[in-house]
Write a protein that binds this ligand. Structure first.
Ligand SMILES: NC(=O)c1ccc[n+]([C@@H]2O[C@H](COP(=O)([O-])OP(=O)(O)OC[C@H]3O[C@@H](n4cnc5c(N)ncnc54)[C@H](OP(=O)(O)O)[C@@H]3O)[C@@H](O)[C@H]2O)c1
Length: 325
């Protein structure tokens, strides 16, 4: 099969395109003919190896993808052959991800993809959509809450705005860095956007919430925004933190504790089986009814994987970059 792979950490130059043996599904696995592979920030970070060194001698990158089940291993219902699916954790604690014509992986990691949902959209679900959804569902959910989505035009943020609305948030605010991103976040359903580079975020959020502050933040940059959280949160708010632009986040202790703010760090790869089942259970009917907009910014050929990594790293696109396999 044609695949993208790397044998050493480094810049995108380490990515090679070539032939690898087509995998066979082991017991409990399915073999998916990958149609589209999704690129996420963690793919270039893992390839670069700054946080984690090569865990396997050879890696086929990417955790997200979508395609069709072509074969099943022992113990898997043969009726699944021919099923359209989307994939989660394709390259998490596993060497071979979705940047290939085929992937064999545990059957549960290939979730049925409703007919009306494209493979491009399916390749955005494993990381961006589930990260957004868990940040809204964790710690009691967001129904009736005032929600702030920082980085509202990002891949995760764009889903988080839409999903907060679907889950019954009473107000959805977003931070963005410019007018184009504001338009993208407003089209997703935000009530208002705050330009965090030009406006006084604290004052604007106070104004927009009538002085109450927000009940939940879906936070893209814990380090960048940690110092502000106590000023924009209501008492007892939850900060669901999934990203940080730098390693160390600071939360001023006294004001943060006085407001009883709960900080929930989470990584989508490590959702428990129960958490994932809840998120997938919420997502599937929305997909089936076409209730989500999927921001696919660019579809590139598999051979352009290095370019796709560089584009995602540079943050050049508003939305997901995917590869046609
Ligand atoms: N924990 C997890 O499981 C998990 C899952 C998915 C992603 N992540 C991480 O989360 C981050 C975002 O992922 P993504 O796929 O959504 O990336 P993305 O599509 O590049 O979006 C990130 C967005 O955040 C904005 N942003 C950056 N710094 C900001 C700040 N201080 N305040 C407000 N907005 C800010 C960016 O725009 P501007 O720079 O123009 O503002 C951009 O719109 C990455 O670091 C990624 O590794 C973690």
């Amino acid at each position: 099969m044609r695949a993208v792979f790397y044998d050493t950490n480094g810049t995108s130059d380490v990515l090679r395109v070539g032939e690898l043996p087509t995998p066979s599904p082991a017991a409990g696995e399915v073999l998916v003919r990958v149609a589209v592979s999704g690129v996420n920030p963690s793919d270039w970070k893992t390839r670069l190896g700054s946080a984690r060194k090569m865990a396997f001698p050879r890696v086929v990158p990417h955790s997200d993808g979508a395609g069709v089940i072509e074969a099943v291993g022992e113990g898997v219902d043969r009726a699944r052959i021919g099923q359209r699916v989307w994939i989660w954790n394709g390259q998490w604690k596993r060497a071979f991800g979705t940047a290939a014509e085929y992937i064999a992986l545990p059957a549960i990691q290939a979730v049925p993809l409703p007919e009306g949902t494209s493979f491009e959209a399916g390749a955005c679900l494993g990381i961006p959509a589930l990260t957004a959804l868990h940040g809204l569902l964790t710690d009691g959910g967001c129904a009736g809450q005032r929600v702030l989505v920082t980085g509202g035009a990002g891949s995760v943020g764009h889903y988080a705005i839409q999903m907060a609305r679907l889950l019954g948030a009473s107000q959805v605010l977003a931070t963005v860095s410019g007018p184009e991103k504001a338009a993208h976040a407003m089209a997703a359903g935000a009530d208002a956007c705050v330009n965090y580079k030009q406006e006084d975020q604290v004052a604007r959020i106070a104004e927009l919430t009538g002085g109450a502050g927000v009940d939940r933040v879906v936070e893209v940059d814990m380090a960048g925004n940690g110092r502000l959280l106590h000023q924009i949160c209501a008492h007892g708010a939850v900060v669901a933190g999934y990203g940080s632009n730098t390693q160390e986040a600071v939360f001023p202790f006294s004001p943060t504790i006085s407001k009883g703010i709960g900080v929930r760090f989470y990584i989508v790869y490590e959702l428990t089986a129960a958490q994932r089942a809840i998120a997938v259970g919420a997502l599937t009917p929305w997909l089936a009814r076409g209730m989500l907009n999927h921001a696919v910014a660019a579809t590139l050929p598999l051979a352009d994987c290095a370019r796709a990594h560089d584009e995602v790293q540079a943050g050049r696109h508003m939305g997901n970059v995917v590869l046609a396999c």
